[in-house]
Design a protein around this ligand. Structure first.
Ligand code: PGA
Length: 255
């Protein structure tokens, strides 16, 4: 039985500033211990600042998106090699806000995950259904349609039943709404994702892949969510902007 180390990832979205970032990081660092992995995802201009702030700590950091292209005439895009120059080790790809506001398809998301893996970065690939899709009984088909291109494109990075890729299940109706999926609802989808990984890439890969839950995670609900068998930590939005809340969620991941 593989033991998966819990990961608590803070997605700052388009928030922050030089002074606020420094205060936030200083505030949550004391909660970070070796038993839980912690990372934060900042807007591109602040990655250089995070490189300094987090130097010598166990906290990883990264960006909230990345280009699938290596270089060239792609105005506004940022490549994996640029991110690596600033010490980035992880990238979020396929966040629902990028899928909806920037029309990112699951195929594009898969190519971004490939670019990250090729560069030795850890992609956190987000999947999740809308409320209308859930109410129409389409959770499994929607998740499959988001996940399958990623599995197909990234399967070649599996070595000895492992890949660095992390999946984040983020039901769109729970993001930033204060409505959290119940631990049972989340567990059900996490188990389904793991079963799909197993069917397509084998048991060892399925058991070693971390699947995070995201969507209105707070210190008060984190422990119950993280205690579920297939929930390996969280991708935290709003609560990652408060050092007290983020610290509380890190502590909740310690069990
Ligand atoms: P939330 O955001 O915690 O504010 O719901 C989660 C996310 O979008 O990653």
């Amino acid at each position: 039985m593989t033991t998966r180390k819990k990961l608590v990832a803070g997605n700052w979205k388009m928030n922050g500033g030089l002074a606020a970032n420094a205060e936030l990081v200083r505030g949550f660092l004391p909660a970070v211990t070796a038993d839980v992995e912690v990372s934060v995802f900042a807007p591109f201009p602040y990655l250089a600042q995070l490189q300094g702030l987090l130097e010598g700590t166990a906290v990883a950091f990264g960006s909230q998106d990345v280009s699938a292209k290596a270089s060239g005439a792609y105005t506004g895009e940022v490549s994996v090699s640029m991110l690596k120059e600033f010490g980035v080790r992880q990238v979020i790809v396929g966040h629902s806000e990028r899928r909806s506001y920037h029309a990112e398809s699951s195929e594009t998301v898969a190519l971004k995950a490939v670019a990250a893996l090729e560069a030795g970065l850890v992609p956190l690939v987000c999947v999740g259904e809308t409320l209308a899709e859930r109410e129409a009984g389409q959770v499994e088909s929607v998740i499959a349609s988001q996940l399958d291109p990623v599995i197909a494109q990234c399967a070649r990075f599996v070595q000895n039943g492992q890949w660095p890729l992390v999946i984040a299940y983020e039901p769109v109706w729970a993001i930033g709404t204060g409505v959290t999926a119940s631990p049972e609802q989340a567990q059900e989808v996490h188990a389904m994702i793991r079963a799909r990984l197993q069917a397509m890439l084998g048991e060892s890969l399925a058991q070693s892949t971390r699947i995070l839950y995201g969507g209105s995670v707070k210190p008060g609900n984190a422990q119950e969510l993280f205690s579920k068998q297939d929930i390996d930590g969280g991708l935290i939005g709003g609560a990652a902007l408060s050092s007290d809340d983020f610290s509380g969620i890190i502590r909740a991941a310690k069990g």
